[in-house]
Design a protein around this ligand. Structure first.
Ligand code: MLT
Length: 406
């Protein structure tokens, strides 16, 4: 009889956002008259901007002409896009990143989930708690996380770095030594961030201890404050200890289009072995390149016109963030995030768990959010709302929450 990968059997429940979707669908089916507002998963609602649409149409036309048709894309990404990313996202910010250190993919989620494959099976991972569940779940699947303690919601071989109101949601250096450190900055789910000095502490620590920082910068476009770095490669020393993941989902609305990239500096080595070459090997074997149409669309993100249009789109979502933040504050909630990130993290009333609050809000306000405990044990007692809804729905959701409190 064949055998399955038993690590999968250790995973508790389904993926967080699938569980939420199932609950919400069941509620909607039982209550077809209720208009449910979804501020749970961080999925965008605004259409692709005109510059992107035009670039996509042009690329579709090229694909319809024998003279310009293209088959498989280069597995690591088209040169035109890798050059543009290196220049506009990195070199113009003073980061020493070259085009051949950029790996274009179908999104940051896939890369964040897959990157662990190129590290030793017994690597110890450190994660913030609460944390984007992909980092932990993908290591569970690889058999790296030990045993699950159901009562605590923790894995025996995972090093947790609690991020609580007590430490302003800033992770502290771990007591035990990790090999791989996942950091998401600006943070999903707490919406908080690290400034330059705080990030430098992590880079120095990783270089001193021989760890790798797996730096998820998916929310970079939402950074508003001056002293928050847009890339870990702004920090001296990062080239020998960091990998950065970036996404076109949140800065350009590509959640349904799919595109992202990973930066692996050639200076990142384990002994003589270059991590860059391992990832190139993995990418070449398992990935056939992101579509030409999508990579051409991404070029428009960096155009003058695209930049202006996308700045407006980010401002639209951040206006929602302000509406949620202020509305909740006025309602007496303790609220965090929402300044450099499109997520608002709130403390739920004392007598409730995160899931109690989820059910209560769905039932009484028909508003969907994400329970903090779904992101890890330190998320218990908290709740996440996303600013990616429409302005109208955000206003209405806040009005409904205000009425509940009133
Ligand atoms: C989230 O809601 O945390 C994100 O949308 C998930 C993702 O980007 O995969």
């Amino acid at each position: 009889m064949f055998k399955v990968n038993e690590n999968y059997l250790k995973l508790p429940g389904s993926y967080l956002f699938s569980t939420i979707a199932k609950k919400v669908n069941a509620y909607s089916q039982a209550n077809p008259d209720k208009k449910v507002i979804r501020l749970g998963i961080g999925d965008v609602t605004q259409p692709l901007v005109p510059a992107v649409i035009r670039a996509m149409h042009d690329a579709v036309d090229e694909m319809g002409d024998a003279a310009t048709f293209r088959g498989y894309a280069p597995d690591l990404g088209y040169g035109f896009l890798r050059e543009e990313i290196a220049k506009k996202d990195y070199q113009e910010r003073g980061c020493p990143v070259e085009a051949d250190e950029i790996f274009v993919s179908d999104g940051a989620k896939s890369d964040c989930g897959n990157i662990q494959e190129i590290f030793a099976p017994d690597s110890r991972i450190a994660v913030c708690d609460p944390v984007y569940p992909v980092y932990v779940d993908s290591n569970v699947m690889a058999g790296r996380t030990g045993d699950y303690d159901e009562a605590r919601g923790t894995w025996s071989r995972v090093i947790y770095m609690p991020c609580t109101a007590g430490n302003h949601f800033v992770p502290e250096l771990p007591g035990e030594r990790p090999d791989l450190i996942y950091l998401c900055v600006p943070n999903n789910p707490t919406g908080t961030t690290l400034n330059r000095d705080q990030l430098k502490v992590w880079v120095d620590y990783a270089n001193e201890t021989g760890a790798v920082i797996l730096y998820d910068g998916a929310y970079e476009a939402y950074i508003a404050e001056e002293d928050v770095p847009h890339s870990i490669f702004e920090i001296e020393g990062a080239r020998t200890c960091a990998i950065e993941f970036r996404s076109f989902s949140k800065n350009a609305g590509f959640t349904g289009v799919r595109l992202g990239f990973t930066v692996i500096p050639k200076d990142l080595k384990s002994g003589d072995v270059s991590v860059h070459s391992l990832w190139a090997r993995r990418h070449g074997t398992k990935f056939n390149g992101a579509p030409y149409i999508v990579q051409k669309a991404a070029m428009a993100v960096y155009s003058q016109e695209g930049r202006v249009q996308l700045k407006d789109q980010v401002a639209y979502y951040m206006n929602n963030a302000q509406i949620i933040y202020k509305g909740l504050k006025e309602g007496g909630y303790q609220v965090y995030g929402g300044v450099n990130a499109p997520y608002i993290w709130l403390k739920v009333p004392d007598h409730m768990t995160s899931w109690d609050f989820f059910d209560w809000l769905l039932e009484h306000a028909n508003v969907v959010g994400t329970p903090g405990s779904g992101f890890g044990p330190s998320g218990e007692g908290y709740f996440r709302l996303t600013a990616f809804g429409t302005y109208e729905n955000t206003m209405e959701a806040m009005e409904r929450i205000r009425r509940l409190n009133g």
